[in-house]
Design a protein around this ligand. Structure first.
Ligand code: SF4
Length: 283
C-alpha cells in the first residue's frame, strides 16, 4: 500500500472516531508517530481533543516541540501533571531515581507520573487515539487498530498500527511537520529523560527505553499490550527495523552510533559489575 493510500485509511478511521466517538482525545507524547497524528488532527479534526502527560521528567527538547506545535498549529494541547502529593511521597520514600533499582519501583513511578494522569485525561471520553505501531515492540505485536481498553473503560484507536517507521518519516518530510530534535541525536523512541537514551545500529528501536530491563516486559502501563511467547521475535525483526531507521535518517545514526558505542564501552568499563545505570545518562 502506498503512503497516500495509508493516509487515506487513517483519515477514514479518524473521520469515524470524530463522528461516532465524541468526545474523543488524542494522547500526544511528541514522538515521530504522534507528530503524524498531530498534523492530521490539527488540520482536519477540530473536535478531537489533544492532550499530553507532563511527567515532570521530560527532556527539554520535548517542551520545545510542545511550544512549536502551539505556534505552528494554534491548537491547545491540554497538559496533565501527576499528583504532586503522590510524587513527593514516592521520592521521599525511594529517592529521585529509584526507577533504576527495580522493575516494581520503575512501574510505580510510571503509574504515578503517567497512568494516573492518563485516567484523569480520559475521564468522560468515549475514545482515545494513540500513535502506537505494531513493530515498535514485542508487547505491541498483537494490538488491534480498534479495541476496547478495559483498564480505562473506553475504545482505543491506533491508526498508525501497520505503518512502518519509513512511512512515518516520509509523512513528516512530505508535510514538513516539526519533530523532536532528539530524533536527530539517535533517539528512536522518546519518553522521560532519565529512562530514554539514543540507540546504536543493530539495536531494536525500543532499546533506548528502560534499557536495563527485559524487552518483553517494557511498557509503562499506558499500553499494557499482549506479550508474545518468544523473545526471538525481536532478533528476527531487528534487521528490518534498523533498515527502516537507517533509511529514514539517511545513515546519520550510523556515524553517531559508532561514536556512542565507544562511549558506552568506556562507561561499561567504569561501571564494572554494578547493574545500576548511571543516574544522569547523557542526553
Ligand atoms: Fe518515571 Fe521513568 Fe516512568 Fe518517566 S519513564 S514515569 S521517569 S519510571
Amino acid at each position: 500500500m502506498s503512503l497516500d493510500q495509508k493516509i487515506t485509511e487513517v483519515r477514514k478511521l479518524l473521520d469515524k472516531v470524530q463522528a461516532d466517538y465524541a468526545p474523543a482525545a488524542f494522547a500526544n507524547s511528541f514522538g515521530a508517530e504522534d507528530m503524524v497524528l498531530t498534523d492530521m488532527i490539527a488540520r482536519h479534526y477540530p473536535n478531537i481533543g489533544v492532550f499530553t502527560l507532563d511527567t515532570g521528567r521530560l527532556p527539554e527538547e520535548t517542551y520545545s516541540l510542545m511550544q512549536e506545535v502551539a505556534d505552528r498549529y494554534g491548537i491547545r494541547v491540554r497538559i496533565y501533571f501527576p499528583d504532586p502529593v503522590a510524587v513527593e511521597a514516592y521520592v521521599a520514600q525511594n529517592g529521585p531515581n529509584a526507577f533504576y533499582d527495580s522493575v516494581d519501583l520503575r512501574k510505580s513511578c510510571c503509574h504515578i507520573r503517567k497512568v494516573e494522569p492518563l485516567k484523569r485525561a480520559l475521564s468522560g471520553k468515549r475514545a482515545w487515539i494513540t500513535g502506537l505501531r505494531r513493530d515498535q515492540a514485542p508487547t505491541r505485536k498483537d494490538l488491534a487498530q480498534s479495541e476496547f481498553d478495559a483498564a480505562n473503560g473506553l475504545q482505543k484507536f491506533s491508526p498508525l498500527l501497520d505503518w512502518s517507521l519509513s512511512d512515518v518519516w516520509a509523512y513528516l518530510k512530505q508535510f514538513d511537520v516539526p519533530y523532536n530534535a532528539l530524533h536527530d541525536k539517535g533517539y528512536a523512541s522518546i519518553g522521560c529523560a532519565p529512562c530514554t537514551r539514543a540507540i546504536t545500529p543493530g539495536e531494536d528501536i525500543r532499546a533506548g527505553r528502560w534499557w536495563w530491563e527485559d524487552p518483553e516486559i517494557k511498557e509503562c502501563g499506558l499500553h499494557p499490550g499482549k506479550r508474545r511467547a518468544s523473545a526471538s521475535v525481536i532478533s528476527v525483526e531487528k534487521k528490518s527495523l534498523m533498515e527502516d531507521l537507517a533509511l529514514s535518517h539517511q545513515g546519520q545514526y550510523q556515524e553517531k552510533g559508532e561514536e556512542r558505542k565507544e562511549q558506552e564501552k568506556e562507561q561499561e568499563k567504569e561501571r564494572g559489575e554494578h547493574a545500576r545505570p548511571p543516574a544522569a545518562f547523557p542526553v
